[in-house]
Design a protein around this ligand. Structure first.
Ligand SMILES: [Zn+2]
Length: 356
């Protein structure tokens, strides 16, 4: 019986990662099974020229049966190419399960100053945007990991070299000593460095988000709710933007911009002792799960009592502010000695209205 369900959170921005077009998909030949959590996002250097078209070239290599490895994404100065779904294990920096590999087109030789040229800067910005979105989808902290962190299984962002040093399962040293980690992490975190060059992405690729976005979270199976803790279930999700519905999953409704969110949850719990109290509410959290507040209803979890069959149902509706740092969840708390389950009919939905 699974205690949790779903994998990552879904993103809510419909900004495209690519310049002026949708993400290109070129599927890699080599890959493992599925993964349902992400510990680290690993940055690589391809040992190939940093130029437009470079990502497609590398992806075509990954596509060949003779390719030695794979990655989830390859980035060049003009675009991001997706080679594998994030829920598929790529062969990029062993141990691979629970990691996402992002390849940056760079020859891995020459003057360190190459990372400051226009092509590298454009690529770094595309890659940073991509890494931030991956991190948001999987609740990965936006921090750079040391070798010791990687070894300890901490969650964050690192280079292939750090994984090599931590586990000695490969000898690769990319993305190399010259990789501008400080600048890159600042871009990942959305900071605008002083005297930064204008973003190479044309404005038309970042259209105004005028449509409400819809997030719908459900369960593929019931979930056993642990007793005595404020528990936030993991959901299987779909989210909608102008391009259509996209599958995802996670604990939170977490937009990448400031929104007013109309949140609705229908929570059905079974297995309670008849008459027993259970607490349910809409809660707001930081990215690491820290509770900001109980958003609905009225600053405390709502108390409902199980019926004669040990079943409790509650509807929650809230109009709350969410942002890139504040996300919405459903919290359930019970103290039953019974095995209490969140019924598969439970739902969590949000309609997000962007505001400036
Ligand atoms: Zn590598």
């Amino acid at each position: 019986m699974r205690a949790v369900n779903g994998q990552a959170r879904r993103p809510t921005s419909r900004r495209q990662t690519n310049v002026g077009g949708p993400l290109k998909d070129i599927r890699a030949a080599k890959h493992g099974g599925t993964q349902n959590s992400v510990t680290r996002i690993v940055i690589h250097g391809t040992v190939s020229p940093c130029q437009r078209g470079g990502a497609v070239n590398v992806a075509h290599y990954f596509q060949t049966p003779g390719a030695g490895g794979s990655a989830h994404y390859v980035v060049d100065p003009g675009e991001v190419v997706r080679c594998l779904a994030e829920t598929t294990v790529a062969y990029h920096a062993p141990p691979n399960t629970g990691t996402i590999g992002v390849e940056l087109c760079d020859p891995q030789k020459g003057a360190a100053s190459r990372w400051g040229d226009d092509d590298h800067e454009a690529m770094l910005r595309l890659a940073a945007d991509l890494v931030r979105r991956i991190a948001q989808r999987w609740d990965v902290p936006l921090r750079r990991l040391t070798v010791a962190d990687v070894k300890a299984g901490k969650r964050g962002i690192c280079g292939h070299v750090d994984v090599s040093k931590a586990f000695h399962q490969s000898d690769h040293t990319d993305p190399g000593d010259a990789f501008p980690w400080g600048h890159f992490m600042a871009l990942v975190c959305g900071e605008t460095p002083k005297a930064a060059k204008p973003a190479p992405t044309p404005a038309k690729s970042e259209p105004e988000e005028t449509m409400p976005e819809i997030v719908s979270l459900g369960l593929e199976d019931h979930i056993v709710v642990p007793a005595g803790v404020d528990y936030q279930p993991w959901w299987t999700a779909e989210w909608k933007d102008t391009a259509g519905w996209h599958p995802a999953g996670g604990q939170s409704i977490a937009p990448t911009v400031d929104v007013w969110a109309d949140l609705t949850a229908h929570v059905t719990l079974t297995g309670l002792v008849p008459g027993e109290a259970v607490r349910v509410g809409l809660t707001r959290h930081l990215a690491d799960g820290t509770v900001v507040d109980i958003a609905w209803p009225n600053g405390q979890l709502s108390v409902v009592h199980a019926d004669a069959d040990g079943r409790a149902e509650v509807d929650l509706n809230g109009h709350v502010k969410l942002s890139a740092t504040t996300r919405g969840r459903v919290t359930v708390r019970h103290d039953s000695v019974n095995e209490v389950t969140l019924d598969q009919s439970s739902l969590f939905k949000g309609i997000l209205h962007r505001y400036q």
